[in-house]
Design a protein around this ligand. Sequence first.
Ligand code: HEM
Length: 314
Amino acid sequence: MTSRSGEETAGGRPGIFEGPGWSPLLRELAERLRRERRQLEREVHWGVLAQAEREIAQELAQEAARRLREQVRSLRARGAPAEAALEGEHQRFSVLFRAQHIGLFASTLALIVTGLPLRYAETEWAQSFFHWIGGVPVQAAVHRLAAGLLIAVSAFHVYYIGVTKEGQRELRALLPRPKDVLDLFHNLAYFLGWARRGPKFDRFSYIEKFDYWAVYWGVVIMVGSGLVLWMPEVSMRFLPKYLLDIAQAIHSDEALLAASAIIIWHFYNVHFSPEYFPLNWTWFTGRLPIERLRKHHPLEYERLRRAGRGNGRQ
Ligand code: HEM
């Protein structure tokens, strides 16, 4: 059964505010109650709606944050496009740089091979070498030829680092800095297990810088003493005999030191360590796999990545 106001009444009985005898005041009160009730229903309705909207908005925000996190993760893994992902191989050394290195090692190896038998001239192996090469005059000529090449390469290198932009840049990267001393101690701590990670190197590590500057010292000593031995008559005109003897002793001992340093220290570092054995081709191609750049020169790698210049020169 339905009341006047259109509401269902329990068991078909008249509504509570119906029937004769109700004063207009009570009717009005009843009307207000009905309005309030409708109002309350509307409010509850809107409240539920607002709650549902809040939940949807929350879910959307969570989903958006999740997608954003995923994107950031995948961009990090690939390297952000703005910073250029580095792949393949990095051109570490220019043609000019490699040509000088080839000239340096070709002349130095020839000088070692033709010089050391003279130091041990009375040994059997030295005699066999003289025999093989065609006699002492040939050995002396090859030694002088190689010395000429070493002097030419060294003179060109002075021009290269002094005048060319590329050489100046390489020289700046090779200058010793306080960080190199810190890196040395950091590396020692790492080798001793006192540090969890090794130091992060830039374009040249302190080991490579040491190699570079040791050559300056070596070339000055060997060329200086070698020239004294090369032209004894001229040298004797300006120097006492004992200085010639000292030059010969220095030349001979420094030759042994240089040969040992190159074969034991330098060759191990660049070719014979398990990572590179039997040969590291960077001296020839000038290229370095990006993975090695990242591992051995992380600071340079980061700089190149930020600049978006993975395969170009620095
Ligand atoms: C890494 C470079 C060099 C090495 C390893 C080297 C090695 C040697 C050795 C071991 C000797 C024998 C010394 C002895 O009698 O005990 C020697 C002799 C000699 N070296 Fe060098 N040398 C080098 C560079 C030079 C240079 C740059 C010059 C010239 C500017 C030079 C000129 C001579 C001369 C004139 C002799 C005397 C023996 C001869 O007539 O062949 N060397 N060298």
